[in-house]
Write a protein that binds this ligand. Structure first.
Ligand code: C2E
Ligand code: MG
Ligand code: MG
Length: 582
């Protein structure tokens, strides 16, 4: 660390210390001089009054001037004691100096001038000297104690490095002054094993040794950048790097700290090599606040640690955040599944005469704060994390139980469409699950529909075909969801044992914008009919789209124009009304 920066770091930490040291507010400087002047003034009056024979008349009685000497002597002593109490070392020196200058003068007046009236003055002078020394010693003890408390607040006691508090102070200062810096979070690799197998004492020695080596690198200045190394907690350290010109400079500096650990740690009675993981983020390029910076560098460190490769340094990148969000979402899904809080909504589907065909069950999840999490966010994560079958099953179980009950109550012929992930469908007990679902819910098989996305025809049609045929054999309907978004070949489509083709919203959105878009949807519908499927259009939002779809021969409609996804009670009302109409 260069002298310039070491000084500036000291200033920062000193600032922190001073703020911590709120107990000791220094008394105003001008008062110091006022007290000294008052002291000398009183002594002047004492010497004039004690040698004067004059008197003043009070209440007809003459009061000699020398009787006032005692009063001024008390005032002067109070002045000198205040100076000693409130002005630390300077006050102590000043008080002793004036007292020691005065003592021989007063003593001389007693000895040489045989002036016994000054004897109490000598006595008071000696007593005051003793008192000033006592006050100083006592103040010093308190000061030393407070100083050690202050140092403890910013120092890590085990390694002697600055601690977390000092680090955050420095970061805040650098951010405030807009000075670019890299925040590096360091975590020892395998430190827990050292602690567990060799004991805490060895663990502590390792930390002390690592801190010593890193401090030597930081103080040596060989890295070419200006570095501040500190211990945050446990085996976690931090490095703040300044005055770099490129990312390469930062990396080179970190490599020096990495290399400092390379030598065997044999000086602590055990032979082993230690490595650490380094994650870093750069202010102001990666983020602008301390919280972000610390969490980003920590994230980068955790990422490189997880990889457990021979590379131990990772720079933060936005991709890591996505991963982080994915992990967070994964744990939210897990929690929702554990607590059985995944629920569903039912979106109505109608024929072209606005007669209710049925409902699509759509999975829903709420965040801890009660806010709604979109399936567009959690379904893909559930797919990747292998949790989608559990999400599907939760919706299957709950929606089928409700709609089964509704059908028994009303005798309605409404369909229940359930979205099934290809991954779920491929599971070997899928058919058992579906047949259990039919028996537990009591839904007639022909009123149950499974929606499978078009992607199945591209990725896994062969493997899935057996399962889909079995489902058909049970009497359950099959719908091809999001049709048109994948690139399935016509030959697959021709052989696919589906009943319903769901035209994706993307085509419906564009449909009325040009004649060719309209003809495209018309062609899909015709194709579906040629292959023997019914066709439903998804995401219909406008009345004009209904007209077009009617004109080009669409069979069914699902969209906000006739109904948004509803809580099940409202879907129940729709069914009861539609049964009454029939
Ligand atoms: P999807 O199966 O294509 O479902 C239709 C989506 O379009 C639903 O979104 C629905 O709310 C939305 N939608 C319907 N009409 C309109 C409209 O007029 N305008 C607009 N803007 N949107 C409309 P949601 O509920 O967000 O679901 C998104 C996707 O999540 C679903 O698309 C489906 O692929 C998946 N998903 C939902 N629930 C489940 C489930 O239980 N299991 C599986 N595997 N996937 C599910
Ligand atoms: Mg669907
Ligand atoms: Mg769809």
């Amino acid at each position: 660390m260069s002298n310039k920066t070491r000084n500036s770091d000291r200033k920062t930490i000193q600032g922190t210390l001073d703020r911590l040291y709120f107990l000791k507010k220094s008394a105003p400087r001008f008062l110091f001089w006022v007290l000294l002047v008052l002291y000398f003034f009183c002594n002047l009056i004492i010497s004039v009054a004690s040698s004067s024979g004059a008197a003043i008349m009070i209440g007809g009685q003459p009061l000699p001037f020398y009787t006032f000497a005692g009063v001024f002597s008390s005032i002067s002593n109070v002045c000198i004691i205040i100076v000693a109490v409130y002005y630390g070392k300077q006050g102590f020196v000043a008080a002793l100096t004036v007292l020691f200058v005065q003592l021989p003068i007063v003593t001389m007046s007693v000895v040489m001038g045989h002036n016994l009236t000054s004897l109490p003055g000598v006595f008071i002078n000696v007593m005051t000297v003793g008192m000033v020394i006592l006050i100083y010693r006592n103040n010093k003890k308190i000061d030393d104690y407070q100083e050690s408390l202050r140092m403890q607040a910013v120092t890590d006691m085990l390694t002697g490095l600055p601690n977390w508090f000092a680090t955050t102070e420095l970061i805040e200062e650098l951010i405030k002054k807009k000075i670019p810096f890299a925040d590096v979070t360091i975590d020892m690799n395998g430190f827990k094993v050292i602690n567990d197998t060799m004991g805490f004492d060895v663990g502590n020695e390792v930390l002390i040794e690592a801190a010593k080596r890193w401090k030597a690198v930081a103080d040596g200045g060989a890295s070419g950048t200006i570095d501040f190394v500190s211990r945050l907690s446990g085996d976690e350290f931090s490095l703040i790097i300044r005055e770099f010109e490129s990312d390469e400079d930062i990396l080179n500096s970190i490599r020096m700290y990495e290399a400092a650990l390379k030598d065997q740690m044999d000086n602590i009675g055990y032979d082993f090599f230690l490595t650490a993981s380094f994650g870093y983020a750069v202010f102001p390029y990666d983020c602008g606040t301390m919280d972000e910076l610390i969490s980003y560098s920590m994230l980068a460190m955790q990422e490189i640690k997880k990889e457990a490769s021979s590379e131990h340094i990772r720079k933060f990148s936005k991709d890591l955040l996505k991963k982080e969000n994915t992990l967070e979402m994964e744990s939210k899904i897990m929690n929702a599944l554990e607590n059985d809080t995944v629920y569903y909504m039912l979106q109505p589907q109608y024929d072209m005469d606005h007669k209710l065909r049925g409902f699509e069950a759509l999975a829903r999840m709420k965040d801890d704060d009660g806010s709604f999490i979109s399936p567009a966010d959690f379904i893909p994560v559930a797919e990747k994390a292998g949790l989608i079958d559990r999400v599907d099953s939760a919706v299957f179980r709950k929606a089928a139980a409700y709609v089964g009950e509704l059908i028994r109550e009303t005798g309605s012929d409404v369909m229940l469409s359930l979205n099934v992930s290809v991954k779920h469908l491929m599971k070997k007990d899928f058919l058992v699950e579906i047949s259990n679902l039919l028996s537990s819910s009591g839904i007639p098989a022909e009123q149950l529909e499974l929606e499978i996305t078009e992607s199945i025809m591209i990725e896994s049609v062969e493997k899935a075909m057996h399962c889909i045929n079995e489902i058909r054999k049970m009497g359950i309907k099959i719908a091809i969801d999001d049709f048109g978004t994948g690139y399935s070949s016509l030959s697959y489509l021709n052989n696919f044992p589906a009943h319903l083709l769901k035209v994706d919203k993307a085509f419906i959105d564009k449909m009325n914008s040009s004649d060719s878009s309209k003809q495209y949807v018309a062609a899909i519908i015709t194709l579906g009919h040629v292959m023997g499927f019914n066709v439903i259009s998804e995401g219909v939002e406008e009345a004009s789209q209904i007209e077009t779809l009617r004109e080009i021969g669409c069979d069914y409609i699902q969209g906000y124009v006739w109904g948004r996804p509803l809580p099940h009670e409202e879907a129940g009302k729709l069914v009861r009304e539609s049964v009454k109409k029939d």
